[in-house]
Design a protein around this ligand. Sequence first.
Ligand SMILES: [Zn+2]
Length: 346
Amino acid sequence: MKSNREDLREGRFPRTEQITFKRHADESDHGCAFLRLFSRVLLALLFPALFGSTSAPAAFGAEHTIPSPDADVVESRPESESGVPLLNVWFLDVKEGAATVVKLPDGKCLLVDGGPPEKDVVVPFLEETACTTLAAVVLTHPHDDHVGGLTRVIKEISVERVYDPAVMHPTKSYERFLEAIEADTRIAYGSPEPEEVWSWDTTVEIQVLNSGFPPGSKELNDASIVLRIRFDSATVMLTGDAEEKAERAVIRRFSGRLHSDLLQVAHHGSRSSTRKQFLNEVSPRFAVISCGRGNPYGHPHAEVLRRLREAGVKVFRTDEDGTIHAWTNGRDWFFEKERLRSVSVR
Ligand SMILES: [Zn+2]
């Protein structure tokens, strides 16, 4: 089985904050190593003079910075994971929209949504991460901020199959996307069914939780394909823009089977999604919100941030953190943010 260690070593971002979350804090050797690394990084951050000009603050930028107060551990690289198969997920900073790249332990890649049109982000990123063949492209639903960037992907990257909830939406972006698929006869194209499980990598199970309109809704967002990905005991849920009716339908069908360590917060943090009951069912430890800085919709809504805070969820945001890289060995989660949330200590 191919290991994804190269991705860990590449130093994907020039300025990063890395956060490691261990599932069991009682693993004494690891625990001590993390504590040692943590104190070293913290000392370097607080007393730059002691660590020379190449110490952490210089690497993070001109201003003195300290880690986000809610960061558990900061370290350089999870070197202890050498040779271990990993599941990688990148939530790309596509401004107001969503595009998520998933790289399975055996190297197969999936792209879930492509962000808004004419953003030169997704194709270059797929090339950088050696995802030049995509096992699947998933369009959660055909709004511009999800389908826009996909046409270029279909034209320039080798794609094996495309999943689409296949609901009518006659816009230019969506039509261009369909035309690009039509023009490439090698691509299998279809609409998945809830309960369907994809297991292209035998160690990973990807289950479809929602696809197409749920009962009582003709709202396009509610047609979003919702996926739960499980690798060993690590789980992540990708929700598109699913709103309350879709969440209810998912709960009705999958109640008790929804827990996910990492939740991509639906609809860019809109208050019409991530309702309390859904959050209780998923009970995530971490959440990522894909949204654009200063967007006209007020995403993410304060109410959703409050619900997440009250549930004790650690939140990452693409508007503040840039592209977010999350990866897991099947048990523990690691996070890398493109931008450090700078806290001035002048
Ligand atoms: Zn959207």
